[in-house]
Design a protein around this ligand. Sequence first.
Ligand code: FES
Length: 126
Amino acid sequence: MSGDPNLKWVKVATLDELWEGDFLDAKVDGEEVLLLHRRGGRIVCFQGMCPHQEILLADGAIDFEKGTITCSAHEWEFDMEDGRGRNPLGCKLFQYQVKLEGEFIMVGVPTDGRLRRLRHSVEEDA
Ligand code: FES
């Protein structure tokens, strides 16, 4: 995974900045991302803007118990396991690969130059 030539790994935060049960938004390579440190220690990263009308998802409701990210604008709800839309179905947040290097949380940015935030439909799953 770390040797994937199609990814550029970017340091986004340290473990000290993202405790378990917490989230943060950041800009990575020009695009907003949302990092979540899930219960049990797994860290996931999604596009930070809602695919509906590009509202910052970090301003919405992040519910670690339910495992959902809900946009503040029109309440589209996404599963924090894989970014799939729970309501409505048929949409999906782009999910970045994440790895740790010591204390650093690294996010894998695809190097193909396409905007990540526009890859939100399930059909485009790749
Ligand atoms: S902008 Fe997010 S639900 Fe409409």
